[in-house]
Design a protein around this ligand. Sequence first.
Ligand SMILES: Cc1cc2nc3c(=O)[nH]c(=O)nc-3n(C[C@H](O)[C@H](O)[C@H](O)COP(=O)(O)OP(=O)(O)OC[C@H]3O[C@@H](n4cnc5c(N)ncnc54)[C@H](O)[C@@H]3O)c2cc1C
Ligand code: FES
Ligand code: FES
Length: 1250
Amino acid sequence: MCHEGGCGSCIVAVTSKNAFTKETSTYAVNSCLVRVYACHGWAIKTIEGLGNRKMGYNALQTQLAHLNGTQCGYCSPGMVMNMYSLKNDKDITMQEVENSFGGNICRCTGYRPILQAFKSMAIDAPPQLKNKVQDIEELCKRNICPMSGKKYSGSCSDYDYDDADASDDNGEEDFVHVNMDGAEIIQSSKHSSIHINLKDAHWIKVTKMNEVFEIFDKIGYAPYVLVGGNTARGVYRPTMEPQIYIDVQDIPELKSYVTEPTLTLGGNVSLTDCIKLFNSLSKKKSNYAYTAVLARHIDLIANVPVRNVGTIAGNLSIKHEHPEFPSDMFLILVTVGATLTIASKTFLYQDVSMLDYLDMDMKHKVIKSITLPKMDDSYSLKTYKIMPRAQNAHAYVNAGFLFQIRKSDNGRILRKPTIVYGGINPYFVHAHDTENYLEGKNLFDFKTFKTALRILDKELKPDQVLPDASPIFRRKLASALFYKFVLSLSPPGLPARVASGGKDLVRPLSSGKHLFDTDKSEWPLTQPVPKLEALAQCSGEAEYVNDLPAIPGEAYAAFVLTSEGQGYISNIDPSEALKIPGVLKFLCAEDIPGLNSFTPLKPAFEENEEVFCSGNVKYAGQPLGLIVAETQILALHAVTKVNVEYSNVSSPQLNMRHIISSGDKTRIRVEKEPDAAEKDVPDRNEVTHVIKGSFDIGGQYHFTMETQQCICVPIEDGMDVYPSTQWMDLTQVGIAQALAIPENSINVKVRRIGGGYGSKISRNSLVSVACALAAQILNRPVRLIMSLESNMEAIGKRCDAAVNYEVGTDNDGKVQYLKADFYENAGASWNEKTVPDSVSFMKSCYDSSNWKVKGYSVRSDIPSTTWCRGPGSTEGTATIEHIMHHIAKVVKKDPVEVRLNNMSVDDNATPQMVKDLIVSADYNARKESIDEFNKNNRWTKRGIALVPLKYGLEYEANYSALVSIYAGDGTVAVTHGGIECGQGINTKVAQAVAYTLGIDLELVRVKTSNNLTAPNNKSTGGSITSELCTYAAVQCCKELLKRMEPAKKGLKNPAWPQWVQAAYHQNIDLCATHMYPYNDDVKAYNIFGATVCEVEVDLLTGQYQILRVDIVEDAGKSMSPEIDIGQVEGAFVMGLGYWLTEYLLYDPETGKLLTNRTWNYKPPGAKDIPVDFRIQLRRNAPNPFGVLRSKATGEPPLCMSCSVLFALRYALDSAHEEAGKPDEWYQMDLPATVEHVFLASLTNINLFTF
Ligand SMILES: Cc1cc2nc3c(=O)[nH]c(=O)nc-3n(C[C@H](O)[C@H](O)[C@H](O)COP(=O)(O)OP(=O)(O)OC[C@H]3O[C@@H](n4cnc5c(N)ncnc54)[C@H](O)[C@@H]3O)c2cc1C
Ligand code: FES
Ligand code: FES
């Protein structure tokens, strides 16, 4: 998906032999970063080879499937292969498992079930976890195994898989079978090196150092690259491909290491091997005990698959080429005074310091080895890496401190200390002035320390380069790290509460607990079953759009995007692109025969948004054309060759607050006035406090693991369309209107999508219409798969919001009046406004009778914003919770008390749920112990918060279902108008169908959604689709049962197949359809919930962890409890990303999105989730109005994720108190990134004492 090692969806297992140790091992790699030519001598196992429905499933696959570790399933193969490589017949611990998934992003599940599934295979897994799989299998036994679709037969997996062996590469066997377009082997098997002559480059695999220099001699000035793990391209995308690739991975010397007389590692030792070596050496050799510190640091570089192949020399070379790169390897090696041996010819070696290396001309040179000095225990070494999330992120700032000190002599510094930082500016390495000052001084002398701090503060001069964090943060952080280091040395007399600041946050193993009801009398309804397609997802059998095999004649398309945010396109010249052999066509607005719109007014939009910009640019990243080529790589390359000229270029309007204060009526519009009843309600009188404030929330990228995509295939009477859409009808209408063809010529089919979260409701139409246009014009099948960058730049996201409020309250915090203006960023069109929903959801569980809230849309020059999981509800509920928190601070009451004082009385289960949660989550006692903790710790703070929720759910859509019963064996097939995006719609539908027909779940299959059987259906979204498709399917079943009733006559208690046969013989129609319309008999209802969240913050780094979350969520009588629990966890964790780590930053000049890759946009990873995650579905609470007494679960939990903000505030309040600030409300920038939390903690050098 990302093509840069940042998501893990492409992980495969490699088995190969180390060129130096000759040991064979199996390890995970990101296939997106591996060149196929590098695979010589490797055995590669992909998910398909691990297990499948024919050969049986591997235990890892069944484990993940059984324990509900999949939702959309797009990440699942990568998860399984990562675990397979990790486990690989070894004993592994739960800690190792939990630590090894930093490179695997899952947007759906919230990771907890994935970690649980894999930890159950760890050697130290507790019996209850090991038994969990068996318990589930037991459940299955009593019915049918929903995974295999068969009567349970004892085990879900009896396939005994073999580990693939790496080929025995002794350099003798005839190994070369290259069969690739344009590739020719010109030297092969009997020689150790391989030379592959490609169309426009050479790939040379060498096994001896001298061969590298022979090649250098031959190639002259030709651009070349040494291929280590080939992962550096995941950091900096190459601007041009070299002509010569020299694969050095099989040179034993470069993979070697010796520990005597000094520790020397070959340049291309992998980071993983380096960690292993350091960990083992540190235990064996006291002079190298310090290498354990380095191993811990390397463990924070990248992620497991990258570290498995990425090498030390490769990492250092990035730093050499890009001095601004905050290389962790460089940092730690400089800190310990390592030296490099550079080879410039065979046997011509030069030893250089790390700093000298940076200045060397490295052309035709090789980093042969790295040597690390011995150190005795008079040295204190500490390194830090402060990054935006727990794993797989580059440092904001990294730091290394090496001091030889005599602690007993007031911290006498015996020789010049080493203070090194990365992430300050490209040329800053050593804090020279501070080092010089400290030499020979007593570090524990407070005056000396303070002077050193001031010198350090002065010499740190961070640069400002977007999207990097602010200079002020990086400067303050760098000083704080020095202080943290000093505290870690325990200066004498240090009070314990200050000393704890020297410790790092320690994250315990995560765990989860669930509580829900299930009614066995209704099974398979209410039964906790895994998803129907979970095994197919865990085995790579589940088909997504891009899994459709290539169709003969297929072409590939890629968008050309605008690079300016405002201006006029005066000329587009695609001639350079079209000259490239294999590039077929450039299409633009003029080529559209019908309407240039992907948001046609029918069915639902206010404004036509252009497929291709026809002149006036609306935002940077707007599609202006499409390249169609023979391959995807060609198409992507050709896109860069299209020359676009702009006139009247001006600065885009990106900042909503600026637009609001400009008062520009063309950009601001009222969407929601307070309704008449609200207007007339007088304010209450007992105003003792008037509180004014504001709340600003950023946007959010959906981060679907599957980007927007579509395949269009022209057929005899129209076109087959395979879009990754949440809205088939829009795809159909959009294409019909743009291509000016009848709607009935378009066949839309959607098997499933790899995550949607709202992004594929309307925005996929852009991709599908463009793809269909290309297919029609070329009369060829066309595949359009958005790259991550173009997906992020072109496609709208969750809107950002800005709220101004004024509240009058009494002394108890009871609201006497509330006036607010709620603004939401519509982006480049007025379509899909969510502000009316935000205003309405803001009411949540509170008495809003005297509130007056006005909603506005603000038009800006970013992509038109779109629905994103919990649209409006997330922003609305967070806003009112922010206000409640503000009130509590002003009236000096516990925020929970203020919340309870403001609750509405009508249809509101929340107050009781809050009271129950206070007890079950032990809120009061924990709060007390948090206060005690905060008293005892100056630099580590904890906080807790409780957030309630009432979520009004309305049904307002139409969904169809079609149920067919097959007479031969009584099996049942269903199709519905919803889209399976991971929410488990198919499973719920199947459970309800089986329940209604009174048959086993195994007899029901859910088929591809399509616009033939589900025409004119609404989009899948708003949490309601699972229920309404279930409803429609149940109505079909009822109709079928009614029709079949006469066939029972004459039969005594017939078995299902017998009854079906009888119906068949009486010519009864065994296919029924139903469409849920607005007026069917299910009604709107409220969903209630409450959440307690507890956090811990390190004030010296800004890093935090979520210690515990307790959620109680009202799912009515859950149709499928495991699936609903998954929805709760996944939504909550997506919310954590929204509030904490995900940051959208645009170039202020052009409006181009700067956070457009996994490198700089950070959804939560596996170690960012709550350490202790407890979910309870409200018990004994069937819903009298919903479908089969259930309630929706997909979005409400996201609304409660804002609890983390208030827990952070609680912790930061204590920091403010420590900083001598009055106990007052303060603004905190969102998202609450490490940067913003650090700055809000007020940490600065004046506060550093000991
Ligand atoms: C997702 C991701 C996250 C990452 N996160 C971090 C991070 O947090 N911190 C961090 O510091 N790094 C990070 N990295 C960088 C990572 O450590 C490097 O990509 C890796 O170490 C490069 O090694 P390689 O062998 O793959 O290099 P390659 O990609 O194979 O080569 C890179 C360069 O090194 C040169 N080269 C290779 N071997 C030699 C040699 N022996 N002598 C001279 N030149 C040589 C090549 O010519 C090439 O120019 C990350 C990378 C990725 C993909
Ligand atoms: S890691 Fe390979 S596609 Fe993302
Ligand atoms: S299940 Fe992991 S991304 Fe959807």
